[in-house]
Design a protein around this ligand. Structure first.
Ligand SMILES: Cc1cc2nc3c(=O)[nH]c(=O)nc-3n(C[C@H](O)[C@H](O)[C@H](O)COP(=O)(O)OP(=O)(O)OC[C@H]3O[C@@H](n4cnc5c(N)ncnc54)[C@H](O)[C@@H]3O)c2cc1C
Length: 467
């Protein structure tokens, strides 16, 4: 795939010197992703300054059949943001704050704004934007919406889709759709924003979004529990729910191997308990008004201890201790880095099938590669497991790579047999394209293609992604 030199020159004139990067050195950080898994190339990075310029750029690309890959913070895990010769459109300059409406509890920002910055704006106004990702220091609002990101507070607040009231989009034809509504009720035809959320950049470029904000809890209680099994972790969720209803904002399952590697491979981490346990749960509840939160959580965990649901529990006594618990959980992705190749699977099953999935899929992996290390962690309350398989210590990288296809196929087979999804959070991108058909019926694939053709008739928007 190549883009003719005269098109490159035209785009450079359109966007001006600040709006383009063409030197290899400047391009490099945009065409490699952080884990070193995806590498690509592009003749030019386009950084439009605003929505009007984005629309002009896309209209030119549509008229001349120039393919585009859109990129926000480049933290995507399935390769969709890495170009292979397409024009790379970066949203980095579309990062302005547009409006904060306290009474309506909404924040409207440009799609290139970094998630952490949007969260800080909400916090400064005494409100909460409850999207909690370990990548929030780099991930952009547009990327988070295009992958319908989840993270650690989905249990209480929902995923990115649930937090979005309105969008502004530059369509694949280069038109501007201003759908920046802050309405919570609007039954006036198709809810178009839903088409662009989770579309992984295949239907248009999101240029701004209006997001829902929430009352910030007066305080939070964070606890770390050692549990004997996945079944016990799920029982604990029900138990804490009885005491705290929907105030549970985080409920994360962590294996002992996760604690061990987070301590061994990431400086500054400490295990919460000196005794190992089969599994651990990090949980957090928000306290709104009632100062009884801590004692209620204490009581709920004491009862769980008596019932044998948990083996041990610690409630953080200070913010620093809560941060230490959270840091252990957030280290789990990076903690695998020192352990050879990790085959990553981001799956979901109904919560009621979670324990069965982990047992059966772990056994199936052991049959294919007896010394593979299963590193499964995730958001129990959402039925979402990051089911990662680490290279056996005594096996060469090449031999492990030889098992990869069989391991992944087996994991996906177990996922689908239990009514699950092969992509709970990260999307399909390039990585999971070949597996998508196993999950979707022919009717669903046809409807998805019809959508793509209707909105992007020339197939210029992320043309290698999803299908
Ligand atoms: C350490 C780490 C932790 C993570 N944790 C989580 C987690 O807990 N939950 C979770 O769901 N995900 C998680 N992710 C992955 C997650 O997908 C991203 O962090 C985030 O959603 C992507 O944002 P981004 O701006 O980096 O998007 P990019 O990587 O730039 O792009 C991702 C996709 O969105 C498209 N895109 C980007 N911007 C736009 C736009 N404005 N318009 C149209 N398309 C666009 C791209 O073309 C690409 O297909 C994690 C990633 C890392 C590295």
């Amino acid at each position: 795939m190549s883009i003719a030199a005269h098109h490159i020159e035209h785009i450079k004139t359109l966007l001006g010197p600040k709006g383009c990067k063409q030197d290899a050195e400047d391009i490099a950080p945009f065409v490699h992703e952080w884990r070193d898994t995806w590498h690509g190339q592009t003749p030019l990075i386009a950084l439009p300054a605003d929505t009007a310029q984005t629309a002009e750029l896309v209209a030119y690309c549509a008229a001349n059949h120039i393919p585009i890959t859109t990129q926000g913070g480049n933290t995507g895990l399935v390769g969709g943001q890495i170009p292979q010769g397409e024009l790379l459109v970066s949203t980095k300059r579309l990062n302005k704050m547009r409006a904060l409406d306290r009474q309506n509890s909404t924040l409207t920002v440009g799609a290139g704004m970094v998630l952490a910055e949007a969260k800080a704006l909400a916090k400064d106004a005494g409100l909460l934007l409850p999207l909690n990702l370990a990548s929030e220091g780099s991930a952009s609002i547009g990327g988070v919406l295009s992958t319908n990101a989840g993270g650690m507070e989905v249990l209480r607040y929902g995923n990115a889709r649930d937090l979005t009231l309105g969008l502004e989009v530059v369509t694949a034809r280069g038109e501007i759709w201003d759908g920046l509504s802050g309405l919570r009720k609007d039954n006036s035809g198709y809810d178009l924003k839903q088409a662009f959320i989770g579309a992984e950049g295949t239907l248009g470029i999101i240029t701004a979004a209006t997001l829902k904000l929430f009352a910030a809890p007066a305080s939070r209680q964070t606890a770390w529990c050692a549990v004997p099994s996945v079944e016990a972790a799920i029982a604990l969720l029900g138990h804490v729910r009885e005491a705290h209803g929907d105030a549970i904002s985080k409920f994360e399952l962590i294996p002992q191997i996760g604690v061990d590697y987070a301590v061994k491979n990431i400086a500054g981490n400490r295990a919460v308990f000196s005794e190992p346990a089969p599994w651990h749960v990090l949980l957090e509840i928000g306290i709104f008004g009632s100062p009884q939160g801590q004692s209620t959580l204490d009581q709920a965990l004491s009862k769980a201890l008596e019932a044998g649901i948990i083996l041990n529990a610690a409630i953080a006594q200070t913010e620093a201790q809560a941060a230490q618990f959270l840091r252990l959980r957030e280290s789990l992705s990076a903690a695998q880095k020192g352990e050879g190749i990790a085959l990553k699977h981001d799956i979901s099953v109904p919560v009621s099938q979670m324990a069965r999935f982990i047992h059966e899929a772990s056994q199936a992996v052991q049959v294919i590669g007896p010394d593979c290390r299963v590193f499964a962690f995730g958001h129990v309350g959402d039925g979402n497991v990051h089911f990662n398989i680490l290279q056996p210590r005594a096996m060469s990288a090449d031999s492990f790579k030889g098992l990869a296809a069989a391991i992944t196929a087996s994991i996906y087979q177990h996922t689908l047999a239990l009514g699950g999804s092969i992509s709970a959070e990260h999307g399909i991108g390039i990585m999971k394209k070949s597996s998508l058909k196993a999950q979707k019926s022919e009717v669903e694939m046809r409807l998805m293609r019809a959508f793509k053709t209707a909105l992007d008739p020339d197939n210029i928007m992320n043309p290698r992604v999803l299908f």
